[in-house]
Design a protein around this ligand. Structure first.
Ligand SMILES: NC(=O)c1ccc[n+]([C@@H]2O[C@H](COP(=O)([O-])OP(=O)(O)OC[C@H]3O[C@@H](n4cnc5c(N)ncnc54)[C@H](OP(=O)(O)O)[C@@H]3O)[C@@H](O)[C@H]2O)c1
Length: 237
């Protein structure tokens, strides 16, 4: 079995240093063979990566991107592919990954990814699809809620918790409802409290609305909800 890494940026290079792998850079094709193909590009490069991948290797693709990938995965027949939520940060190419704990993976190559990460000192766990989806939604909510409130109010994530808590709670409840309906799942009670607790651990970070189509834009495409719409209007979206 040969493991392959597509995209040798911050995450791709960190994974490459955790064990042997074939590396695929921009413009190169994913080689034939058997084994996981870790896709470590940004979300907006996924269409190009797919074109670089022989049809026979598509089932081996492992996605580590943040955001709501499901519609894109379903459109390309990749809904059962391996996905991971990475809770480690790599600030620059070649920097040592900083483990925040809680990395999870779901799908056929989840164990291979967990084993690679373990070799690099990152704690990760293979989980079932439902557990993954719930965690994926909470990560998405954190990015969307704090990104938007930080940008609209001109505050850090810590200030959002301290000074705009009612708005955090309202936006979280609104968007959580949209995601629960779309994905047919139920989040554990206390979502907003968990998102705020995480924000307090990185209180000086300032979020922003990013990767529109994969984050806030996904919610907007499902439903126009009042708190979300009001805040988006404040930043002229
Ligand atoms: N960095 C983190 O701490 C972190 C943490 C959790 C999750 N993530 C997620 O991991 C993904 C990658 O993030 P990153 O920080 O590693 O990004 P990055 O540093 O920008 O690296 C992306 C790499 O992908 C390469 N690339 C783009 N299109 C390609 C293609 N078609 N074929 C092959 N390579 C291609 C880029 O090449 P060029 O150099 O030629 O542009 C670049 O080297 C993102 O979705 C991000 O959300 C990152």
């Amino acid at each position: 079995m040969t493991e392959t890494i597509v995209g040798v940026g911050r995450i791709g290079r960190a994974l490459a240093e955790m064990g042997p792998a074939a590396l695929v850079r921009r413009g190169e094709a994913v080689p034939d063979g058997e084994g996981p193909v870790y896709v470590c590009t940004r979300n907006d490069d996924l269409d190009v990566v797919l074109r670089q991948t022989p049809r026979s290797r598509r089932g081996d693709l492992v996605f580590v991107q943040n955001g709501m990938l499901r519609p894109w995965l379903e459109r390309h027949g990749l809904a059962d592919n391996t996905q991971a939520l990475l809770y480690f940060a790599v600030s620059t190419r070649g920097a040592t990954p900083v483990d925040g704990g809680g990395t999870v993976a779901w799908g056929p190559w989840a164990d291979a990814l967990v084993a690679r990460l373990a070799r690099g000192g990152i704690a990760a766990q293979a989980v079932d699809r439902e557990t993954f989806d719930r965690q994926m939604v909470e990560k998405l909510l954190w990015n969307c809620v704090f990104g938007l409130i930080c940008q609209a109010r001109g505050v850090t994530v810590g200030q959002a918790v301290d000074d705009h808590r009612a708005e955090v709670d309202a936006l979280t409840a609104e968007l959580a409802g949209v995601a629960e309906e779309a994905l047919e799942l139920t989040l554990a009670p206390g979502v907003s409290e968990r998102l705020c607790a995480y924000s307090r651990t990185i209180a000086d970070y300032t979020g922003a609305v990013k990767e529109w189509r994969w984050r806030n834009g996904w919610f907007r495409g499902r439903a126009r909800t009042p708190v979300h719409e009001g805040l988006l209007a404040m930043i002229s979206i």
